[in-house]
Design a protein around this ligand. Sequence first.
Ligand SMILES: O=C(O)CCC(=O)C(=O)O
Length: 281
Amino acid sequence: MNTQQQTVDGGVCNGDAAADYRRDGHVTVRELLSPTEVAAMRDAVTAAVQRDLDAASVSPLEERDTYGKAFLKHMNLWARYEEVAEQVLSPQLGRVAADLMGVEGVRIYHDQALFKEPGGGPTPWHQDQYYWPIDTVNAITMWLPLVDLHRDMGMLQFASGSHRKGYLGHLPISDQSEEVLDNHVREQGYPIVSEPAMRAGDATFHAGWTLHAAPGNSSGLMREVMTVIWVADGCRVTEPVNPNQARDITRWMPGLRPGDAVASELNPLTYSRAKAPVARK
Ligand SMILES: O=C(O)CCC(=O)C(=O)O
């Protein structure tokens, strides 16, 4: 079990965190954001989520399918809310993502606030990269609680080492992905790793192919989590192999075609060892 506490000093990951990430396909970084920093992130994200909710109705939990019950999902907030952009485009966060993957620079793929409501259902086992038409394994998700979390609020769990198998089939997140991938995790005997508790500002990072899931939220509290996905600078768009990938090109890489570098206006370079990050308007 990887319950080691990893630290990041001044936005620079220690070597152990990067080695653990590459071996296990996930790592926990404690105190990634200070209490002041996470408070700013929380203010920005919760205000944006509230504005999204005010603009659209949400159906009652019991009327939603399994995926719909898993969380309220608000995507690419950075592109719509300046206060969120100030948080998500942080070069410090980008540097941690680059250090963990061992790449020269990173670009934003997209962000998502994932708020699991009290009584919200489990998140089925899945692989994020099933959705992503990109030619690299260097794609990483930061999962950052905005409030203190304990286990019964729907803690993220990982099948440790599962990223090494890569693509496991046409399995969008669903009851079917849960059934097939739960069997796969048992057959392969992957350790299932999750933290017993996380403080606001701690974070986990996982690779695009790492199998992950979360139990339902049996507490009376909202599980407020912000996620950001980065890809290695220089990676390219691939031919979509499913409708979800085609939709991802339109949504997260508008105007790009297979073969293009992932560098649309929605994919700013937020950290680079070599190049100056793209200036923001
Ligand atoms: O927050 C969850 O329950 C699932 C998160 C997830 O699938 C992800 O961040 O890739």
